[in-house]
Design a protein around this ligand. Structure first.
Ligand code: PGA
Length: 248
């Protein structure tokens, strides 16, 4: 059985004052029966870990550079995230792909760097509204998967997040049928490439997941948790999603 994962992506939100939300969350879920991860901005990773104390909650980065070190002003390596105490890193988020022109090739190199540093890579894939409207969703997601995931992917070092771009931050959620179709497709693609190991790889849904819609999404086949943006910023909201996942 795959252990479920509730992952929060704070994006470019979060100052020291917001760390209290992490403290609140650990108190609301003292002994969670799923994995919980929060990816705050890199500037507060260390203090987020202090706030989490000895709680099992994991902290992640939101991106890393493909190189270990060197002349890359402003960038952060996977090894640096690991050194700061992070256990995960989100890679290939659609906002990185759009804002920074990240290609599948770049995402694959970053994923290899994350693996080498001992981080769990949360690799994001997903179609735009244009792709969806032109019936190319599975083709696009299949290509992203094939080209963003390196060899050596395992359930222990990689999580896949399916995030339809048009559902991110819009309040518009994919239908349960759309989610089921893509998640089943991703599982099948992973099986073809990675064999039995595919059964251990968690596949998350992301895109306007809220406490109010989480339970029905988590009931869909091959949905092993969620990657949550807006609703991960407040402990009460994220807690509702975690509670839904724990009972799914
Ligand atoms: P959202 O973001 O939950 O605010 O839609 C999801 C994400 O971008 O990971």
């Amino acid at each position: 059985m795959r252990r479920k994962l509730a992952a929060g992506n704070w994006k470019m939100n979060g100052l020291g004052a917001n760390l209290a939300e992490i403290g609140k969350l650990t108190k609301l879920h003292r002994t969670p029966v799923c994995d919980i991860m929060i990816a705050p901005p890199a500037t507060i990773i260390t203090s987020a870990l202090v706030e989490a104390g000895d709680h099992a909650l994991a902290i992640g980065g939101q991106d890393c550079h493909a190189a270990t070190s060197g002349a890359h002003t402003g960038d952060i390596s996977a090894e640096m995230l690991r050194d700061a105490g992070a256990g995960y890193v989100i890679l290939g988020h659609s906002e990185r792909r759009a804002d920074h022109g990240e290609t599948d090739e770049v995402v694959r190199a970053k994923t290899e760097a994350a693996h080498a540093a001992g981080l769990v890579a949360v690799v994001c894939v997903g179609e735009t509204l244009h792709h969806r409207q032109t019936n190319s969703t599975l083709h696009v997601v299949g290509t992203q998967l094939a080209e963003s995931l390196p060899n050596g992917v395992s359930g222990a070092n990689t999580v896949v997040a399916y995030e339809p771009v048009w559902a991110i931050g819009t309040g518009e959620v994919a239908t349960l049928d759309q989610i089921a179709e893509v998640h089943d497709f991703i599982r099948a693609e992973l099986k073809t490439r990675f064999g039995d190991e595919a059964d251990a790889i968690r596949v998350l849904y992301g895109g306007s997941v809220k406490p109010t819609n989480a339970a029905e999404i988590f009931a869909v086949s091959n949905v092993d948790g969620a990657l949550v943006g807006g609703a991960s910023l407040k402990a009460e909201d994220f807690s509702g999603i975690i509670a839904a996942l724990e009972t799914a």
